[in-house]
Design a protein around this ligand. Sequence first.
Ligand code: MSP
Length: 533
Amino acid sequence: MSQNAPYYITTPIYYVNDRPHVGHCYTTLVADAAARLMRCAGRDVFFLTGTDEHAEKVVESAAKNGVTPIEWADRNAAEFERAFALMNFSHDDFIRTTQERHTTVVQALIAKLQASGDVYLGDYVGWYDPSQEEYLTETVAKEHEYKSPVTGRELEKRTEQNYFFKLSAYADRLKAHIDANPGFIKPEARRNEVLGRLGQGLVDVPISRGVKEGDVEWGIFMPGDESHRVYVWIDALINYWSAVQAPDRIKYWPAQTHAIAKDILWFHAVIWPCMLMALGEELPGCVYAHSFWIREGRKMSKSLGNFIDLATINAYIERYGLDALRWYLLTQGPMGTTDSDFVHAKFIEVYNADLANGIGNAASRVANMIAKYFDGAMPEVTAQDAAAQGFGRDWPALTNQAVTDAVEKMGAFDVGGALRCGLELSNEVDRYVHDTQPFRLAKDPDNLPQVAAILTNCAEALVVAANLLHPAMPGTMTNLLSRFGRPSPDTLGGADALSAWGAVQAGTPIEKGEALFPRADGDEEPPGGGCEL
Ligand code: MSP
């Protein structure tokens, strides 16, 4: 693949009925880190996030709050945009399903499916709860002995006309695609889960809801039939397509990765790909479904009131810095099939080990020694002299390998693994300083050329480490790089530039600066008051 090939990455579009919390921020953060690294590696990235606004709940909440649905959606979409700015996300676009660029595309796409016979008008038979005005699934109805779970009133078996998508027609093709593309659904356990359910066959799914008398206007009409609106999930999935319809964006299609969590896997790994097959479109490269953050051992829920909400996120940012929070979430997050626990004590442990005592300490040690022994400017050292002081390490090869590995891992959406390549490199600098003891050597002025070579290796390797850590911690790593006279890696263009040896020029003034990550005290109370459980 050419280095500047398009790379399109998406997050779920979030319901505007909820307030943004750590879960929404996490998926978007993971996508942000991938987008940033890929940009640094020279790829032509398009990173999309946004909000899903046509749910019926929006109408209810708006009414409760005395505003119109669109006012409610505007207010909460703005909250998500603020949260994502606070997290320093680098999305290229924020799509809202109420925007015309989306609604017109949804109608056009469904019209196409109607024309091909993949969407048809049929009868929907279900258990209707008249007291709640909603249909219940057979399982739920049976569980409650065909009575309303809320009021106990008898359920009615009702038949209603509905538009259906011919999902059943694509089961075999989808299965064949999943079999032929092991990376299509990740992690593997999620893939097996989908394959297992596919084995039971697929039934056609309703994709509209009838408009009832007195309904508030909310949702997209089915093409040519204003007595039905498009079901919110179908509307929402199409955002991945509608966002890249502008002529200068079409090149990004199809998405390389849809980053989501396990809760919405079926829609992304089954319904959406089958819709795309029906449309004759290419399928995304990968649907990556991570697991959930829980908090101090408990599921986060409205009833427990223990969400890591924006206020808590803000409190962490104020106390430890945004990048510390980004690092903790990115490296300790639930990318696999088990949930991750957000535990304050663990946060402190990771902060101190990886950041304060890790990259932060390595950078200040090296800068301090250059300041002390070479008057704060990079000494002049030839490549041969630097290589001669490798102490068993071929530094240019090591740093090159770290970049290759990081880009490859990020390509496979191993976000934590990719970022650890940068941390490993900075830990290697620490071990090297430990092995070569430049502070001892410097006591004898005759050794200064040797010390200069060692510190040159350290500075060069730290610059590459910072380039690789930049996607996780853009602000702090830009600061670190500037202390070594280097620009932010997203201005460099290409993986070769990321690993370029000899980037730190002789004579560059090296700034000691403040500690990038001051050590944290593990006994401190969690910021934001923690959670009382
Ligand atoms: N609107 C739909 C998605 C439509 S995509 C075409 C939706 N929205 S949501 O607001 O409920 O967001 C669900 C997503 O938020 C999850 O898939 C995940 O990405 C993120 N998270 C929500 N809670 C989470 C955790 N506790 N932990 C990690 N991520 C979670 O579903």
